[in-house]
Design a binder for this molecule. Structure first.
Ligand SMILES: NC(=O)c1ccc[n+]([C@@H]2O[C@H](COP(=O)([O-])OP(=O)(O)OC[C@H]3O[C@@H](n4cnc5c(N)ncnc54)[C@H](O)[C@@H]3O)[C@@H](O)[C@H]2O)c1
Ligand SMILES: [Zn+2]
Ligand SMILES: [Zn+2]
Length: 378
């Protein structure tokens, strides 16, 4: 089968790999109808993780079940399914507590597994014709048959739940205000979730005009950080108070207005913007090892975070990978009911063979390449 294989920094190729197949009784094999490229893939693509060549990318997968292991009881051949990017067992201590992003079974020696991602276990990604899904009864979310809402449902594997999770960690209540740093697909989905939850004011900070326009289209207030310090811009629009809540949807590769990397810049801006006793949800990625970091401390994941100010303001912060299964069924039902349309972030559909171009252009944050979905079955 054909698949997107990582060859090294800025180098992916579509080539033949061994077919996905049922390896364990609880597995299914899914023919991938849509697999999205993620900002998380770009960290690997740019050589900014410990990823080794040979990984098949793709953790945002959906499709049709084509083969079913003998131990699978709920999922059937022909089912249309979405898979959380997390691979989880469903029965370990963390899974039973709902923390499926930190499964203790699927990636021995580490808490958490995922498809096609460095350090996340042996699970091949779904930017391919087929993908193997372990513990399939637990990891498959059933979707209505047919092809309606395909790109909406494609957002259920990661960015819609992740944006929602960023907001959920802040414990936002209706009528409050929130700042979302980053207007990539994750930040846009965070701002969109905040609007759904009923925030009175949602600020979205980025520099890319099309991303800021998209945020404005669903009721967020765009803040271009190249037009002045976002802290000041948001204080000006909140009577000097800042916002009740804040989400980091950027992570360790955030930049300053001149384009220079500032690994702790976004976290420190949020410490300023969020009012005393407020909460911050960090879904933007931070890594323990970054071979391309601008200084030796950041290479070990040690950043100059303003913990003094953070303490003085009695702020609280949540972080980590999203437990997608905590949200995906509810968000699916919002889509079916016509009350959410996360596909608004999707800007490009490409056949699998065009993946190298998709990576290159999404990586440059080109206009029109904010969320690229690959269509391997087309
Ligand atoms: N926690 C999770 O489970 C999870 C899941 C998916 C993605 N992620 C992470 O979320 C982050 C965002 O993902 P994405 O797909 O939206 O990526 P993306 O790269 O498309 O978006 C990042 C955006 O941040 C903007 N940005 C850069 N510096 C900034 C600054 N100082 N202030 C404000 N905005 C700034 C960029 O212009 C870009 O639009 C990535 O780090 C990704 O790895 C985490
Ligand atoms: Zn993703
Ligand atoms: Zn588990």
């Amino acid at each position: 089968m054909r698949a997107v294989v990582y060859h090294g920094p800025h180098n992916v190729a579509v080539e033949n790999v061994e077919d996905a197949r049922v390896q364990d009784p609880n597995d299914v094999v899914v023919q991938v109808t849509t697999s999205a490229i993620c900002g998380s893939d770009l960290h690997m693509y740019e050589g900014r993780t410990a990823a080794e060549p040979g990984i098949v990318f793709g953790h945002e997968n959906m499709g049709i079940v084509v083969d079913v292991g003998p131990g699978v009881v709920h999922v059937r051949r022909g089912d249309r399914v979405s898979m959380p990017f997390n691979v989880a067992c469903g029965f370990c201590k963390n899974c039973t507590a709902g923390n499926t992003g930190y499964c203790l079974t699927v990636n021995p020696g580490f808490a958490g597994g995922a498809y096609g991602y460095v350090n996340m276990g042996p699970y091949r990604g779904g930017q391919a014709e087929y993908v193997r899904v372990p513990f399939a009864d637990f990891n498959c979310l059933k979707l209505p048959p047919g092809n309606e809402h395909e790109n909406d449902f494609a957002m259920l594997a990661d960015v819609f739940p992740t944006g929602y999770h960023g907001v959920a960690m802040t414990e936002l209540r209706p009528g409050e205000s929130i700042t979302v740093m980053g207007g990539g697909p994750v930040g846009l989905m965070a701002a969109y979730s905040a609007v759904l939850i009923g925030a009175a004011k949602v600020f979205l900070v980025d520099r890319v005009p099309s991303r800021l326009r998209l945020a404005e289209s669903f009721g967020a207030i765009p803040i271009d950080f190249t037009g002045g310090d976002p802290v000041e811009q948001i204080r000006d629009q909140t009577d000097g108070d800042g916002t009740d809540r804040g989400v980091d949807a950027v992570g360790y590769q955030g930049t300053g207005p001149g384009g220079q990397e500032q690994p702790a810049g976004v976290l420190n801006s949020l410490v300023e913007i969020v009012r005393a006793t407020g909460r911050i949800g960090v879904v933007g990625l931070y890594v323990p090892h970054d071979p391309g970091a601008p200084d030796p401390h950041s290479q070990n994941g040690e950043l100059l975070f303003r913990v003094g100010k953070f303490f003085e303001k009695a702020l609280r912060m949540g972080s980590g990978q999203t437990n997608v299964k905590a949200y995906n069924a509810y968000l699916r039902d919002l889509i079916i009911a016509g009350r959410a349309r996360p596909s608004l972030v999707v800007s490009k559909e490409l056949p699998l063979d065009a993946a190298p171009e998709g990576y290159q252009r999404f990586d440059r944050r080109e206009e029109g390449y904010s969320k690229v979905v690959l269509k391997p079955a087309a």
